[in-house]
Design a binder for this molecule. Structure first.
Ligand code: UVW
Length: 323
């Protein structure tokens, strides 16, 4: 692609903050290493009412507009293999007692719903997270796939920052940006502090926009999601806060094209590849945000584990919040 944008390496610079080697030469879960047993107990300490929320969107909605996806991906293709009609003729399996049952298959983009990204999902200059060779992605991720993240699981104190509410909007606009200073200001307005090792959850209302707009053509026209925008200071803020996991209700967790440089998704590299911050995307936050606003409590226990897909570049997940 002809572009006037600098390369990722030039934008981020050779001295960009990095956690490569911090957790050893074989590490594959990055900043999730911050989530130890004491962080689990810290999260549990923020359960007050026992309300629970599940944060996955529906997978395979048949009504318009279908599922929100990164351009080029397709929604789940689920198909019945066995159902009552299978026993209409003679071909169906016979079991003693006359058991009938339904079975189905699904062809999915592993990143085609609410998902955890593997740390090996993006790279530049031939190197993945922790310095792994990008050739190790060929055919199947040998290093930094979603499997080690799924095996560890993600449990800790979650904090919700409601950027849409802070800006007095139902949802942020196409391409609207915010940064760490805005997050801190929104947190102060909510009366909550973003603490070290918090699982950072940001609401933009963007998924509500997708469903309410109900017009994929308009949604994808000049596709540019709202979100965090790159700066060295923002990357340093993530590094200083030791944020393990960034969770948002957008498809890619950051403004699609950095307005200053024209580079696409620089935070995927600055945060995921270089710091090992794990990304969770397409997360449904509307009921959780309503509940948090109703009693002004914005922190809770967050629990999630993506599916254990060997070599997966990501995997679907249905995170649970208990508050
Ligand atoms: C890309 O990085 C292209 O997609 P995702 O939204 O899954 O991170």
């Amino acid at each position: 692609i002809e572009t006037a944008a600098p390369s990722m390496g030039d934008l981020l610079g050779a001295d960009t903050p990095s956690n490569w080697g911090k957790w050893g030469p074989d590490d594959e879960v990055g900043a999730l290493n911050y989530l130890d047993a004491s962080e689990v107990l810290r999260g549990v300490g923020h359960i007050k009412s026992g309300e629970t929320f599940t944060l996955q969107i529906e997978m395979g909605r048949t009504e318009s507009p279908g599922d929100p996806l990164w351009p080029g991906r397709e929604g789940i293709n689920r198909k019945n293999i066995l159902d009552e009609s299978s026993w209409d003729g003679d071909g169906a399996p016979q079991f003693p007692g006359g058991l009938h049952y339904a079975d189905d298959t699904a062809n999915i983009f592993l990143q085609g719903s609410t998902q955890y990204d593997a740390l090996g999902h993006v790279w530049y200059d031939g190197k993945l997270y922790n310095g792994y060779d990008a050739r190790s992605t060929v055919d199947a991720l040998e290093k930094a796939s979603v499997l080690p993240i799924a095996e560890k699981g993600v449990v800790g104190r979650g904090v919700l920052i409601d950027m849409a509410r802070y800006r007095g909007k139902k949802y942020l606009d196409k391409g609207e940006t915010f940064d760490h200073n805005d997050l801190e200001a929104a947190a102060a307005a909510q009366g909550v502090t973003i603490e070290p090792h918090d699982i950072l959850i940001i609401r933009t209302g963007w998924l509500t926009y997708w469903y309410e707009l109900n017009n994929p053509e308009e949604f994808y026209d000049g596709f540019c999601e709202p979100g965090l925008t790159y700066s060295r200071e923002l990357v340093q803020w993530f590094q200083d806060k030791e944020i393990p996991n960034l969770v948002t209700d957008t498809i890619a967790n950051e403004v699609t094209t950095d307005p200053e440089s024209g580079v696409a998704l620089p935070l995927h590299n600055a945060l995921m590849r270089n710091l090992g911050v794990v990304f969770t995307e397409i997360v449904w936050l509307e009921e959780l945000a309503e509940a948090c606003a109703a009693d002004n409590r914005w922190s809770f226990l967050y629990v999630a584990a993506p599916l254990k897909v060997v070599s997966g570049t990501g995997a679907p997940v249905n995170p649970v919040v208990i508050r």
